[in-house]
Design a binder for this molecule. Sequence first.
Ligand SMILES: *Cc1c(COP(=O)(O)O)cnc(C)c1O
Length: 822
Amino acid sequence: MSSATPSEPLKPPLEIPDPATLAAEIVKALKYRDGKDAAVATKDDWLTASIQVVRDRIIDGWIASTKQDDDSGAKRVYYLSLEFLIGRLMRDAFSNLGFMEAMRAALGSLGVELDEIATLEPDAALGNGGLGRLAACFMESMATVDLPAHGYGIRYVNGMFRQEISDGWQVELPETWLDHGNPWEFERRERSSEIGFGGSVDAIVSADGQREQHVWKPQERVLAVAYDTPVVGWRGSRVNTLRLWSGMPIDPILLEAFNAGDHIGALRESNRADALSRVLYPADSSPAGQELRLRQEYFFSAASLQDIVRRHISRYGELRSLPDKAAIHLNDTHPAVAVAELMRLLMDVHGIDFDAAWDITKRTFAYTNHTLLPEALESWPVPLFERLLPRHMQIVYAINAQVLLEARMSGQFDDCQISRISLIEENSERRVRMGNLAFVGSHSVNGVSALHTQLMKETVFADLHRLYPTRVNNKTNGITPRRWLLQCNPGLTALAREAIGDRFFDDIDALRELDRLAEDAAFREKFAAVKRANKERLAALVATRLGVRLDPSALFDIQIKRIHEYKRQLLNIIEAVALYDQIRSHPERDWTARVKFFGGKAAPGYHNAKLIIKLANDVAKVINRDPSVRGLLKVVFVPNYNVSLAEMMIPAADLSEQISTAGMEASGTGNMKFALNGALTIGTLDGANVEISEHVGDDNIFIFGLTADEVTQRRSSGYNPRALIENTPELAQALAAISSGVFSPDDPARYRDLVSDLYDRDWFMVAADFDAYAATQRSVDAVWNDSPDWYAKAIRNVARMGWFSSDRTIREYANDIWNVPL
Ligand SMILES: *Cc1c(COP(=O)(O)O)cnc(C)c1O
């Protein structure tokens, strides 16, 4: 195992002000910035003032970091992502600056409780799930390891929808996180860019008469206005920038149209610009396919590239050195159109010829693939792409010609393989393949776990990998231990510190020293007490929010993530139903008390995912009120899963459910957060579960089910779920109950189709894995009942998860992909 070098703070830690100074600053901010007297200030006012005080202190470091990078001519990393699921920022900043206790005392002296105002901060939900949260962890780690980096994305006015559960069904409501202003952001009008859409392309002869030059004349233009948020690294070592673009009309109101009486038409341009940064498409792992989505992708890619090019030119005066000074990273294919946009800027605006431009482009870009699901790969109909981005369409054709020429010249491919390499899908409808564009336009293409990268080489990118065999590489995902241990689990942090000192604050691998304490009965008891306190906190939240009383001594079994068939919440629910049957049929047995928690949002148009939420709630209703289970089994669905809820639930978990169909979860990062917080994992050999099991050891994890190879094999050799179900009485009985309306007496047919699909097709292999899953759950019970053994395993999980720090991941990106050695 490679051990990263301990991250000594590169600058001395910031001086921590005393509470009295901070208190005075808070009162001053309240008065002179917000015009409020302390006597009438609301909790929201205190929150804003506290953020302003800390923000002021971040700004010095921010300016210093930016100046240092400008002066040194350091290479910068630009991380382009349509999502940044950053959550709340106040604790992050307090904790990374080391201000937490001083701020707590300062607020306390003013009669304000820090933890109380902290929960009022809106959760910046600018992401769907894992992909967006990864970008947020990467931003924090890049600042921590002292890497000059900018994140680029969209400032969605309404980010991810807020989920309410009404009568068991998901209801989507707008998230209004900006309603009370956002003290973290700085508007930068001077950093605005004009972004064009549509129109036509003229071909002219270049000034020197040597070449044909293209001029794009967009029909429509909008402004992209920058909003910057500072991102503070651990111990304030560096402050980087997250720059989010907002759409603005160039002419807020077309007066000519307005005066002519066309009041709606006069605002059309304004509405179009506004729509660009209004909502994040709520589909995770499946392309939205809407014109607005392509507009959003081009809007933020083009604004970011203009910014990068402008910065480079102002310092170096030319663009040929761009790859030496800028590494542009594409987080999935959403910004892949940036490849064509950089080519356009290099050729059409800066007069560089195709070959040189193509060389610069490839050396500048790198791309991370996040999914293998064929239906999830982005592609755009050629007519739409051409209408919106006519010049980019020409450039895509030119790139394609070059790539197909290289493929033919290599002599390795038949026509069928050539057609898979092509950037244009030629089947029924011609489409631009964004994955192929990102692949050919980048010098590095990485997967996010060892298994995912292997499968990428064998499946989606098999032909492109053969053509460019050195391009694909693996960078297993990680999570920032600051947010996902130090902040979310102060109890465990304090316990570890008491036991092994605070070296792990700076070098997470030092957690290893906890390993030997797994054998120490006194330490195990303290560890169990911390877990217990976290569970009580979660039980209190469930009691207030859902009115369900939970026993904190029960095993807390948690599955929180987007609702998706491949993640198999359904397998977990069916197992709950089977267990419910068993408890009722054999009340004399020694059952283990367990609470099954679920949480997660479903894409609003994803019928089965929404039905699975309803099923979890229907099953919960029946089980929770049945006296014959005597509280041995409870099921709860916690609404509106987001980063803040994750921070509350993960430290309270005993068991982490990571049960996707093998081969379908690219990595997972929820799995890492749970293990770092001392939950044992029940999971398949999928995504990063494989590497987690290697790190924590086979004895400290519950692995079950088909492997990815076995799934492929079963699918290709006539998988017959019906026969299988009919031979598995527990499963058949649970499915019969669900299908016949035991849990939905008001609508007995509600789940008929969901269940019949398991009999007829079962693409996600729920039936094939059911027995192994249920049996493994009973071994979980057995270990749980041997409490010293359970906590020894849990402690070993915490001790051995250091490798999954996103600092390690970022160092690998920096060394192997971005060429900014750390
Ligand atoms: C970590 C995280 C995810 C990703 O979870 P997976 O289990 O890896 O899918 C999604 N949403 C939130 C809010 C998270 O914090």
